[in-house]
Design a binder for this molecule. Sequence first.
Ligand SMILES: Nc1ncnc2c1ncn2[C@@H]1O[C@H](COP(=O)(O)OP(=O)(O)OP(=O)(O)O)[C@@H](O)[C@H]1O
Length: 229
Amino acid sequence: MGRSRVVTFVLEAVGVRHGDAVILDDISVALRSGRCTAIAGPSGAGKSTLLRLLNRMLEPTSGRVLLDGTPLPALDVPALRRRVGLVAQQPTLLTDTVLDDLRVGRPDLTEDEARSLLAETGLPPAFAERPTAGLSGGEAQRVCLARTLALRPEVLLLDEPTSALDHASAEAIEQVVKDLRAAGGTAVLVSHDTAQARRLADDVLVLHAGRLAEHGPPEQIAYLRPVSS
Ligand SMILES: Nc1ncnc2c1ncn2[C@@H]1O[C@H](COP(=O)(O)OP(=O)(O)OP(=O)(O)O)[C@@H](O)[C@H]1O
């Protein structure tokens, strides 16, 4: 399976700036392997930015990120991205048909394997024949997830994977996360859905204005507590 290796991210005093704007400020934290970590916090707090640091879609402007003790810049980027797959909030489809898209990183993928990956993400198997043009946002995001799963990543980085989905489709995605964890894999999930974070996460990071405001198991996180009226 290739998913049983220990994969731990350590962020050491990580900062991200764009010009004068401080996007992430002095974040030091470890993300444990074989767990699901949710990143929560208000819009604009820096959640997607933090996620993008973990497979070098973005470089920190200060501090460093280590994977199993190795600083990320010392790792080969394509190899890192096979181990650490990112499904972005805005999906990017790369080819004309869904089947071809699923084969981008796995040219050997059979049609049966493609159909079963689609089913995992809650899409009908016949979706393999669909042109990528005209897919809805939620469908395109799930095709991106299936394309990432085709690489059997050890770590799955998911940026609001269910925000565009109905309940049944969202459940399918949550099951993908649970299955990955059950197989020893690691998931890092950005979610605005506090109930989802409580359901799925072993650990939660809360960002506020680029700073780490809370970190711990979901039951200890004030940000996740339902507001009682
Ligand atoms: N290239 C950039 N230049 C300037 N500011 C940027 C850049 N990229 C991101 N930002 C800003 O950094 C902040 C954090 O962005 P990020 O996407 O990480 O937030 P987020 O917590 O994921 O937000 P949301 O919940 O709305 O998706 C935002 O204010 C955003 O406008």
